[in-house]
Design a protein around this ligand. Structure first.
Ligand SMILES: O=C(O)C1=C[C@@H](OP(=O)(O)O)[C@@H](O)[C@H](O)C1
Ligand SMILES: C=C(OP(=O)(O)O)C(=O)O
Length: 451
């Protein structure tokens, strides 16, 4: 399905308490990277728990176009036969990356240091998002780019036959930019260095090391991470187990916190320290949220998260925590609406360049459902329990997280909440509705009556 398909309005409403144990699908960030690194490695990689969502399937399609063989096995695992570093084939057609920012930005990194031409396109959301943040370092490495005004998609990129290693200080906290430069460094002779003043998710570094890349990470006196990668070293095939996506787990977890009487477990959730800002914030808000069965697999930590309906209180979420929960603010705003007192979220400028302008989209959704709030340039303040909640229709702007966040709102609201298009949920969490229903939550196609 693509997002030229007709919109699918969905409505959620309050019902029984949420109960049960669920597992959310695999982490999106790790899934993209497993397919990409497997495609560059020599030999056959095996991936279990891959997220089978539209964004990740677009990466599978892209890597096939570059010459990798990628197949789903009968047992649900995936095999990836890599073409080997430096041997990406020129895709015969434009690669349509749909809604996937991570996918296209990381693929640009790969394409940017191979002497082949690739044209990338995307849906209306992706075509609005800035690509200059990855094109700037790739141009410094020798790539030629022809892009729409403002470095937007569609664009064509041709990598240099003799790419130059660079030292690049990432100007915005972005794991996608960091990763694009590191992936470009793989096919570049010499040492590519990325300096990251503010730490972001480090799945690329971890997985590159796991696939045998020569990579080191050092933290300087100012706390910046300095990542050095020696290029043109072969990668070797690996087995990757993808843990559950904490950004997906956020939705049932917050649903359980705000629906009275709820008690749920979300099993096997990734607990990488650069991804757990939401869980810490919820605990500060007074959430009954505990984590156990903590273990490590494939260089990543995971565990089971238990939550019970809780009396939440408003808190201030500091700007420096934003990179570790950047995709979770829309649903945190929903938790904040049920807290006593005000919740202040700071350092949100990156929300403006996601699948939608998330700050504006969240504010509009809160307004439509009677929740008092104030949005600044890079801040959001939500007044908890400010009156009757719900009854609104929310515009999703092709943004899965806006759709899911406001469907969670409806599960605990005084009146039902409708989102104008739930089809986009399939980009990251295709089983969202099934999981909420399994727990006892009510989400219907709009117009359908609850049973
Ligand atoms: O590297 C990644 O896998 C991601 C990085 C983040 O984006 P930025 O790099 O733009 O912060 C995040 O929002 C996105 O969902 C996934
Ligand atoms: C920002 C997101 O994804 P991407 O940048 O990969 O489109 C997200 O999933 O919330």
């Amino acid at each position: 399905m693509s997002h030229t398909s007709p919109p699918v309005p969905l409505t959620s409403r309050a019902g029984a308490a949420l109960k049960g144990r669920v597992a959310v699908p695999g982490d999106k960030s790790i899934s993209h990277r497993a397919l990409m690194l497997g495609s560059l490695a020599i030999g056959r990689s095996h991936v279990t728990g891959l997220l089978e969502s539209e964004d990740v399937l677009n990466t599978a399609k892209a890597m096939r176009a570059y010459g990798a063989r990628i197949a789903r096995d009968d047992d649900g695992g995936w095999t990836v036969d890599g073409a080997g570093l430096g041997s990406l084939l020129e895709p015969e057609e434009a690669i349509d990356y749909g809604n996937a920012g991570t996918g296209v930005r990381l693929a640009l990194g790969l394409a940017g240091t191979h002497p082949i031409a690739t044209t990338f396109t995307g849906d209306a959301s992706l075509s609005r998002r800035p690509m200059g943040r990855v094109l700037e370092p790739l141009r410094l490495m020798g790539a030629e780019v022809v892009a729409r005004a403002g470095d937007r998609l569609p664009l064509s990129i041709r990598g240099s036959a003799a790419p130059a290693p660079i030292t690049y200080r990432v100007p915005v906290p972005s794991a996608q930019v960091k990763s694009a430069v590191l992936l470009a460094g793989l096919n570049t002779p010499g040492v590519t260095t990325v300096i990251e003043p503010i730490a972001t998710r480090d799945h690329t570094e971890r997985m590159l090391s796991g696939f045998g890349a020569e990579l080191s990470v050092e933290v300087d006196d100012a706390g910046a991470r300095i990542i050095r990668l020696t290029g043109q070293r072969e990668l070797s095939a690996q087995t990757v187990q993808v843990p559950g996506d904490p950004s997906s787990a956020a939705f049932p977890i917050i649903a359980a916190l705000i629906v009275p009487g709820s008690e749920i477990t979300v099993a096997d959730v990734l607990l990488n320290e650069h991804r757990t800002g939401l869980f810490l914030t919820l605990q500060e808000m007074g959430a009954d949220l505990t984590i156990d069965n903590i273990r490590e697999t494939g260089g990543e930590r995971l565990g089971d998260i238990h939550v019970r309906h809780s009396a939440l209180k408003g808190v201030t979420v500091p700007a420096e925590r934003a990179p570790s929960m950047i995709d979770e603010y829309p649903v945190l705003a929903i938790a904040a609406a049920f807290a006593s007192g005000r919740t202040v979220m700071q350092g949100l400028e990156e929300l403006r360049v996601k699948e939608s302008d998330r700050l504006a989209a969240v504010a509009a959704g809160l307004a439509a459902n009677g929740i008092a709030h104030e949005a600044g340039e890079d801040t959001l303040v939500v007044e908890g329990r400010s009156g009757q909640i719900g009854g609104g229709t929310v515009t999703t702007h092709l943004d899965h997280r806006i759709a899911m966040a406001f469907l969670v709102l409806g599960l605990a609201s005084d009146r039902p909440v409708t989102v104008d298009d739930g089809s986009v949920i399939a980009t990251s969490f295709p089983t969202f509705q099934d999981i909420i229903r399994d727990l006892g939550g009510v989400i219907d196609a709009s117009g359908e009556q609850a049973a």
